[in-house]
Structure formats: structure tokens, C-alpha cells
Design a protein around this ligand. Structure first.
Ligand SMILES: [Zn+2]
Length: 221
């Protein structure tokens, strides 16, 4: 179950969030006073990041999930409870193990119990992986994405679209008539055949549905 692509996708958000925060900081430095975009993809576009930077971010996300987060979760599933034991078992640095455990805790995917050692009076934290929470989270994320896609699909199917040949705007019929079928650049708007867009949305929906079905089948086994 832990190697399922939907698990990796869901866990990616932990690291994506870090990159997103960094990019937001960068955006605020470059464009003070402007509204900061939300979401890593929008930030990358707004900042006009070079291809190497985009590749670096994508690799970092993939590597952190595969080489850090998943091994830590596997150790928890094997019944290893303390951060130090996890660090020893996985070879991941202790401070990173701690950081990831708290991020998993924030998402309710991991939980801990604190207890005092009667001899040393030190606190120990025993960590536990909350598998059911991760399963719920993945189902919720997929359902959310599916309902967004179904809305997009209905919008594409129930409207006609008009675009500027230079790519400046894309309007539905009402918006296009308000602008008298002219773009801000002065070009006449053209009718756009959106059957490819509809096809792509349908393919995306089918893919998520089938991924989610196979994910839920693996956990029920
Ligand atoms: Zn135009």
C-alpha cells in the first residue's frame, strides 16, 4: 500500500509546501506589494523560473518522498517507535527524522505518546503511524480533485469558447459578446473547438478513478 502512486502523491505535499513557502518569499522580494500567487505551479509561472530550477524542485520532492518520508513510515509500520531508533534503522539524520515526524503529525498521519522514564526522568516519545488517516486523506484528496474536474468538464461541455489568435484571452460566449468578439489587443476572437480539452479532462478523470479503485483494493486485501 505504501508504494502506491497515490500515497507518494499525497506525501509529496509535505515537501511541496516547503518549496511553495520559499517561492512565496522569493516572489515577495522580487515583486513587493503585488499579490502573491497560491500554489507551487502558479508561483513557478509567475516567477518565470528556469527549467533547471523547476527540475531541481521536482527531483527534490521525489527524492525526499522516496528516500526519507517513505522509509520513516515503513519503520513506524515495522513497530519502531522512537526517533533515535528510526534514525539508526534508516540511516536518516535524527533532526530530519524529527522534522518529518512532526510534519506527519500535523497531517494526523502520525501520532505520539509521551512517557517519563522513571529512572532518568526523561521524556520519551513513542510514535505510531496512523494508516487509516492516510487512507482517508487520499480518498478525500482524490474525491476533491474528481469533483473539480467534473465541474470543469461540465463548463467545457456546456459552453462555447472564443480565443484570441495571439493567445491573450479565452472567453465563453457571454464574455465574448460583452467584448464584441474583440481581444484587448484588437484582434478578432475565434471560435475554439474544445473537444481536445474535453477529451483530456475525461482521461484525467478516468485515470484518477482507476488509481483510486486500485488503491482501495490493495488496502482491503
Ligand atoms: Zn489578443
Amino acid at each position: 500500500m505504501i508504494n502506491n502512486p497515490l500515497v507518494k502523491k499525497s506525501l509529496s505535499q509535505i515537501i511541496e509546501k516547503e518549496h511553495e513557502d520559499n517561492l512565496k518569499k522569493r516572489f515577495k522580494e522580487y515583486y513587493p506589494g503585488e499579490e502573491t500567487p497560491e500554489g507551487i505551479d502558479h508561483l513557478i509561472r509567475a516567477l518565470g523560473l528556469p527549467a533547471e530550477d523547476i527540475q531541481f524542485i521536482a527531483n527534490d520532492i521525489k527524492e525526499t518522498v522516496e528516500k526519507t518520508i517513505i522509509p520513516i513510515i515503513k519503520a513506524l509500520r515495522d513497530g519502531i517507535e522512537t526517533d533515535e531508533e528510526i534514525a539508526n534503522k534508516t540511516g536518516i539524520k535524527l533532526n530530519i527524522v524529527r522534522k518529518i515526524l512532526y510534519k506527519l503529525y500535523d497531517l494526523k498521519i502520525a501520532n505520539y505518546k509521551r512517557s517519563k522514564d522513571p529512572e532518568t526522568q526523561w521524556f520519551t516519545y513513542s510514535w505510531k503511524f496512523e494508516e487509516a488517516e492516510l487512507i482517508n486523506k487520499i480518498n478525500e484528496e482524490c474525491e476533491g480533485e474528481l469533483s473539480e474536474l467534473r465541474e470543469q468538464l461540465a463548463n467545457e461541455e456546456n459552453n462555447m469558447f472564443f480565443i484570441c489568435p495571439q493567445g491573450h484571452v479565452r472567453y465563453n460566449f457571454d464574455e465574448a459578446s460583452d467584448e464584441e468578439f474583440l481581444c484587448v489587443c484588437g484582434e478578432e476572437l475565434e471560435f475554439q473547438d474544445n473537444s481536445d480539452i474535453i477529451k483530456q479532462i475525461n482521461e484525467r478523470i478516468e485515470l484518477i478513478e482507476s488509481d483510486l479503485n486500485s488503491f482501495n483494493e490493495t488496502i482491503n486485501k
